[in-house]
Design a protein around this ligand. Structure first.
Ligand code: HEM
Length: 442
């Protein structure tokens, strides 16, 4: 019954978005399949409408670097309403996920983020570097001449790292990896809600076991905090799920997006090949140019004036991270993938303000090692087939998923979904030197 209700709501959301889109709502159009591969011209059209785009649906969207950064840092905006109300859900599968501190405002956000933070200090995270290096070497040593980068490397790596981080015992790792993949599919609407609920229940059982016999630093610390009543069991579960999801999907897509950008801009690949120490620069430029999280959402806690426009308390503002990252006022020639950029501010791919990504350093290490190892071990790497962009994960997937275009689009759903990356590249990479098949750009 519940499943049917949810399905109906999601269906209605899609229909509403299609309708809005047909009536010229540029924000709603971001969710349409035609913009999946290259949404950037549409961002430019939104930008051209002014600093704060008022979509016919009622939603406001900011696209300049300065305003995106401002909204993310401004404490007059939050994840919930000022009264602490999570906006009524869209009825999507995300309603069944436990709330995490990404969904919260201070003081709960501050309390829970502080408990998770010790696992992400520079020292803790750096200690993963050698192991990540071995894993990448191992994955790459096993691939044939033609291989799917996402399946063989980009997906297994982050799931293995998050498993380490959470102390998932070896015997449970395969199942845990499956949860990671299924969570993505469920959020993408690929799997039915019923299956997602079963999956969440199974993940909860696994996490309960981890709490009883903690191995990893994170769960170990959190279990102590649980005993000291610094958080509830539900909050702990929410945090574990957040780490699983946040650390998985985003990193997979950053790796995919980086490699496709390099191979489509061959001169940049050649630069990296010649000097693999540029790998860290590739990570930063990919985060700017093709950010895995394309947008996020905030809710005004009070009436706020933004670039001369009044945003009413309770109103939702979409922060178009991917558009801010291509703001010509900040990044010269913004639509060019250029790993030699210098003297530019940090992009917005990891957000800004109090919700700045806790796993940013870890993600940077993982992807840097992948790009460097690929350049060293597979200098003749190239696309061996057409790139298939995975459909935007959602519902609702900002900005490439229509539900966000609802004026009443749920803060919880929208914001949570901002964690899922928007574009995953499925590709076959080839280490061989035979000519590229047709339809392949390089
Ligand atoms: C390329 C990889 C990643 C990207 C692009 C990314 C992006 C983001 C963004 C944009 C946010 C903030 C969303 C908002 O402001 O609404 C965020 C938050 C977060 N990320 Fe990441 N992330 C990545 C990898 C990771 C990893 C590897 C982990 C941990 C294992 C992680 C853990 C978190 C957590 C815990 C938060 C919540 C922070 C808070 O609310 O205070 N992320 N991430």
């Amino acid at each position: 019954m519940n499943t049917l209700r949810i399905g109906a709501q999601v269906g209605a959301a899609k229909a509403a978005a299609r309708l809005l889109s047909a009536f010229g709502d540029l924000f709603a159009q971001l969710g349409r399949p035609r913009w999946l591969e290259d949404p950037y011209p549409l961002y430019e059209r939104i930008r051209a409408k002014g600093p704060v785009y008022r979509a016919p649906s009622g939603i406001r969207a900011v696209s300049s670097f300065a305003l995106c950064d401002q909204v993310l840092r401004d404490r007059r905006f939050g994840m919930k309403t000022a009264e602490g109300v999570t906006m009524p859900g869209l009825g999507s599968v995300q309603e069944h996920f436990p709330e995490s501190f990404l969904d919260m405002d201070p003081p709960d956000h501050t309390r829970l983020r502080r408990l998770a933070a010790p696992a992400f200090t520079p020292r803790s995270v750096e200690s993963y570097r050698p192991r990540i290096g071995w894993m990448v070497e191992d994955f790459l040593s096993r691939v044939p001449d033609r291989f799917d980068l996402v399946t063989e490397v980009a997906a297994p790596l982050p799931i293995a790292v998050v498993s380490d981080l959470l102390g998932v015992p070896p015997v449970d790792r395969a199942r845990f990896a499956e949860y990671g993949a299924l969570v993505g599919a469920a959020l993408g609407g690929v799997r039915p809600v019923r299956q997602a609920k079963e999956l969440i229940a199974a993940a909860e059982a696994l996490f309960e076991r981890l709490v009883r016999e903690p191995r990893g630093d994170v769960i170990g610390d959190l279990t102590v905090a649980l005993g000291e009543e610094k958080l509830t069991a539900r909050e702990l579960f929410g945090m574990a799920m957040l780490l699983l999801i946040a650390g998985f999907e985003t990193t997979v897509n950053l790796i995919g997006n980086g490699v496709i950008s390099l191979l489509r801009n061959r001169s940049q690949w050649e630069l990296l090949r010649a000097d693999p120490s540029l790998a860290a620069a590739v990570v930063e430029e990919t985060l700017r140019y093709e950010p895995p999280v394309q947008a996020t959402v905030r809710i005004a806690h009070t009436d706020v004036e933004l670039a001369g426009q009044r945003i009413k308390a309770g109103q939702m503002v979409a922060v178009l991270i991917a558009a801010g990252n291509r703001d010509a006022a900040v990044f010269a020639d913004p639509h060019r993938f250029d790993i030699t950029r210098a003297g530019v501010p940090e992009h917005l791919a990891f957000s800004s303000g109090i919700h700045y990504c806790l796993g940013a350093r870890l993600a940077r290490i993982e992807t840097e090692i992948v790009f460097r190892t690929l350049a060293e071990r597979m200098p003749s790497l190239r696309l061996a087939g057409p790139v298939r962009w995975r459909p935007a994960t959602g519902p609702p997937q900002p900005p490439r998923h229509p539900e966000l275009s609802w004026a009443c689009a749920a803060a919880r759903a929208a914001k949570t979904s901002s964690m899922w990356s928007s574009a995953q590249v499925l590709m076959v990479a080839s280490t061989g030197s035979s000519e590229a098949p047709s339809g392949v750009s390089s």
